[in-house]
Design a protein around this ligand. Structure first.
Ligand SMILES: NC(=O)c1ccc[n+]([C@@H]2O[C@H](COP(=O)([O-])OP(=O)(O)OC[C@H]3O[C@@H](n4cnc5c(N)ncnc54)[C@H](OP(=O)(O)O)[C@@H]3O)[C@@H](O)[C@H]2O)c1
Length: 306
């Protein structure tokens, strides 16, 4: 089917893709080349929202005119042709700007929740604590009775996270993290870390885990590697895992995928946090939009419109 797109977010994964450092593109396939049409030419953007424009002959799917969220590579253009399995019809009342963010972060947050084997009252530490994914996880984890410690760099972010029921830790450097964790009630009992930063902050977060705690890496915002001491793995029995949405989605059966999709749609309709928009830029103004997306201290996504 052909979808005429009207909104696409700029996510951290888009920046990695453009830099040639994203997932399969970086490790398994020829790197995408931007700008010149021909073999290897690639369009950025992993998700978006728009209106079904036309169905191919014999194609079943939402009727022309239906608003849909799209999961596909190459959404930073006016229209895409995708199979009907790549679109999700959007409930009335959900804006295109929220819908365009539906297929990556909300699915990630819901699947991360399935990996969090903690009991009510246990502590979850989240680096990049003010990110869209973290805010979604905090919202879902708080409902399960988990104590969330999101790590942030700014006091304003901490105040917003406290309103979601978290106990935010504002730290100016990785060295300050252990002490900040020790200063919270139930200190030293971090059962799981969700890390999207890596580098020194990821290392410091791992060292905050209680014995037999779990460290789940799902992002690389610092651009630096984790350095894990064998003592933590051997004597403290800490376990380390990675999470990648495309790999997880590949392993979902049809029934699991449709129940997850319903769960995500319901959460979005009920006001899942983390879908806020900080700035809108016309698609043709993508250079400025990228510049804004790379600046620290945003309070929502930069969205490409038009
Ligand atoms: N593995 C997967 O399948 C998967 C799927 C979805 C998302 N992700 C990852 O999840 C992470 C969050 O994505 P998002 O879309 O939720 O992000 P986002 O809303 O764009 O927010 C990014 C946040 O990260 C913080 N940050 C950036 N660089 C940092 C650094 N070096 N140290 C500490 N904090 C830093 C920013 O803080 P400031 O405001 O202080 O700048 C901001 O609050 C990204 O790493 C993304 O790649 C992974």
């Amino acid at each position: 089917m052909r979808v005429r797109l009207s909104a696409r977010p700029i996510n951290p994964s888009d920046l990695l893709f453009i830099q040639g450092s994203y997932g399969r593109e970086a490790h398994f396939a020829p790197r995408p080349e931007m700008g010149t049409r021909g073999s290897g030419w690639a369009v950025a953007g992993f998700e978006g929202a728009g209106t079904v424009d036309a169905l191919g002959s014999g194609t079943r799917g939402p009727a022309p005119g239906t608003m849909v969220a799209v999961a596909a590579t190459g959404t930073w253009q006016e229209q895409v042709c995708v199979p009907s399995t790549s679109v999700i019809p959007i409930a009335p009342g959900v804006s295109a700007e929220a819908a365009c963010q539906l297929t990556v972060n909300p699915f990630t947050a819901h699947l991360l929740m399935r990996d969090i084997a903690l009991d009510p009252g246990d502590t979850l530490l989240l680096t990049a604590g003010a990110s869209a994914v973290s805010r979604m996880v905090i919202h879902l984890a708080s409902k399960r009775g988990l104590r969330c410690l999101p790590v942030v760099r700014r006091r304003g972010q901490a105040r917003a996270l406290a309103r979601l029921g978290a106990q935010p830790l504002t730290v100016s450097s990785a060295d300050a993290l252990a002490e900040a964790v020790r200063g919270t009630p139930g200190h030293g009992q971090v059962g799981m870390v969700l890390d999207a930063v890596g580098g020194a902050l990821g290392d410091a977060a791992l060292r905050c885990l209680r014995p037999a705690g779990r460290f789940l890496s799902y992002g690389m915002l610092s651009g630096h590697p984790l350095s894990i001491h064998p003592d933590d793995l051997v004597f403290r029995q800490v376990s380390v895992q990675g999470f990648w949405l495309p790999a997880r989605m590949e392993h979902l059966g049809e029934k699991e995928l449709s129940s997850l999709t319903r769960e995500v749609q319901d959460a979005v309709v009920c006001g899942l946090p983390g879908l806020e928009v900080a700035e809108r830029h016309d698609l043709t103004d993508f250079g400025c939009a990228l510049d804004r997306a790379m600046r620290p201290g945003r309070e929502g996504k930069v969205v490409l419109t038009g």
